[in-house]
Structure formats: C-alpha cells, structure tokens
Design a protein around this ligand. Structure first.
Ligand code: SF4
Length: 336
C-alpha cells in the first residue's frame, strides 16, 4: 500500500471571528500572514519531496469553510487542478462545526474532498463555553450528521485538558465522535501559548495546565475508546510545525514531542495490567506476546512498562515477543 502524506497549507485565522482561549494561530502555523499566490508554489515544492506517496492537499490552521467564500473556492480550484492532473488524490480541510451548513455542502460538491476535519474539541457545552469556542456540542452533532449524510468522510479533532474539562468529558467526547461516525480522529493536548487568553488564565490561576503525566493518562483513556470503535487516531499531539517547542511561543502545558508515543505506550500498559489481573504471576518468568512492530511501545520508554508490570505482578522476568497474526491493542501473557 502506498504511503499517504498531507501537503499542509496553513491559513492562519482567516475568516475566523472567534477567539478560542488557547488559540494563537500565528504561532501554530509559524506564519504571520497568508499569501494566496504562494499556494501553488507551496504545493509544487511539497510534491517534489513526496516521491510516489499518495498525497492530499490539506487546508489546515483555520476555519476553512468560514473564510471568504470566493477565496475558499479559488483555493479549492487550485487544489482541484492538482487532483485533475493526477498529482494528488484529494483535498482535506479543517474547519469548525458551526461553519458547516447546506451552502457549504453545496460549495464543496464539485471538488474531490477526501475528508473534512472538524474541530469538535469537546462535546461538553460547559467546556466549550469556558474555552471560548463559540459553538455548542449540538453544532458538532449537526455538522457531522450533515457531512456524513452527504457522503463526506469526517475526522474528529478533540482536545485534552481544556478549561473545566475532566477525563470523563474527554472519554465522552471520544465516544460521541465515534457514535456519530467519524472515520478517524486527532487528539491534541491543550498547550498554553504566549499571547493567548489561556496564558492569562494560567497566570491568574484560573486555569491549571495538564502535566505530561496527566495528558498521557487522559490520552490513553481516550485512545482506548477510539480503538474500541475501530477509529484510527491519525495524530496524537500538536503538529510538527516549527516554533511549537520554542520558549518564545510556548509557556506551559504538555507540549512533549513524543506525547503520542507515550500515550500509545500507556495503552499497552493498561492492556497488559488488565490481562495479568486474572491470575497470579508471582515469581514466574512470563512472556508478553504482542503484534509485530509493537514491542518497543509495549516495553515503554526506558522499559517503564516492563518495570511497572514486574512490580504489579511480582513476576521474576518479562520477555516481550512479537507474534504474527496479532492486531490492534492485543496481547497474550503466558509463563515460560
Ligand atoms: S476557531 Fe478558534 S482555534 Fe480556530 S482559528 Fe478561530 S480562534 Fe483559532
């Protein structure tokens, strides 16, 4: 199967009248302004580096279906010309739930839209209000339903650690997105960037950023929900744009470059501990069988999962063995 890549075109804050407390789009996109004329050269430059991968043009970083309609259509025309020339396979975009309506559905119809990525962020109205999102959970329900009923694939984006959000809110959000039929998900930690309302809220004590450990625990719980529904998480953690880890832009929160890896690894620990809880392994040498390619995540960074499992089971030793035919977060524990 061909490798799939996105060619991201960042459109910072264009057309967005909202001020989500965490948002500093200029920081996130690493660019202060948007130049329409640069879009085609950006796509050409990216295509020169993708080899034979299956590429999609991705309008990210803003509220794509909320920008000036004629600009949106011109950008889609540009992207579609690459689809028509068989140089990319489709177009995706990120937008807000309240920027999806019948007129948007009609406007998108002539284009090859691979997916609409919807920034749900939370499905709890109190969290959305405290985060300044300016839309409700009902808006997200309506938007996903409308998109799905018109045949669009929807990626649900959600956040961990928004103001007033609990782990229960986040599990609920993941579950609702799955029930509504998203085909994939992205999980973002709430990170505090300089110059945002959230930075002020953090300074006054109104908001307490998650630690990396908090984010790992919450992310693992949420990831298990998506996994239970068979919904792949195509990204965990902030995108790899420049500046995100720079002290000039970031002030607090779980902005760990390997957050996704840590979260996936934590899920393996949860799965192993559940599997080991059914019987005693005290003083036994045990083998943990896992899918091919999963051993390092199963073991955890610096073998932290192995150490935790040794301690919780009392086992003498643990060997991790990759086994063909195993899929997903699936393990088997046996004595050896
Ligand atoms: S909707 Fe919120 S996060 Fe998105 S660009 Fe507007 S203010 Fe930023």
């Amino acid at each position: 199967m061909k490798r799939r890549v996105n060619i991201p075109i960042f459109i910072p804050h264009l057309g967005c009248p909202n001020q989500c407390v965490f948002c500093n789009q200029r920081t996130i996109s690493g660019t202060l302004s948007f130049c329409e004329d640069s879009v085609r050269p950006q796509i050409e430059a990216a295509l020169a580096t993708v080899g034979d991968a299956d590429a999609e043009i991705a309008f990210f970083g803003g509220s794509f279906t909320g920008i000036d309609r004629s600009l949106m259509l011109r950008l889609l025309d540009t992207a579609q010309s690459f689809v028509d020339a068989d140089r990319v396979s489709g177009i995706r975009m990120s937008t807000r739930p309240d920027y999806i309506d019948d007129s948007v559905i009609k406007a998108l119809a002539p284009y090859t839209i691979a997916a609409v990525e919807l920034g749900a962020q939370s499905m709890t109205d109190g969290v959305l209000a405290a985060s300044g999102r300016g839309h409700s959970a009902a808006d997200t329900e309506r938007a996903i339903t409308l998109l799905r009923s018109n045949g669009y694939s929807v990626v649900g984006q959600m956040m961990l650690g928004l103001p007033r959000s609990t782990i229960a809110d986040e599990i609920y959000c993941a579950r609702r997105l799955c029930e509504l039929g998203v085909s994939a998900a992205r999980i973002y930690p709430t990170v505090v960037f300089k110059g945002t309302a959230l930075a002020e809220m953090t300074e006054t004590g109104e908001y307490a950023p998650l630690t990396v450990e908090d984010a790992v625990g919450r992310g693992a719980a949420v990831l298990r929900v998506f996994d239970d529904y068979g919904v792949p998480c195509i990204r965990i953690g902030l995108c790899d744009a420049e500046n995100l880890h720079s002290e000039s832009t970031y002030t607090a929160g779980p902005n760990h470059p390997a957050l996704g890896e840590l979260i996936r690894s934590r899920v393996w620990l949860m799965v192993m501990e559940e599997a080991a809880s059914s019987r005693s392994f005290t003083d036994e040498n045990i083998a943990v069988y896992c899918p091919v390619g999963a051993a390092s995540q199963v073991a955890g960074q610096k073998r932290c999962n192995v150490k935790a499992l040794l301690s919780s089971t009392g086992a003498r030793s643990i060997k991790i063995i990759e086994k063909t035919g195993m899929m997903g977060y699936n393990i088997r524990i046996a004595t050896i």
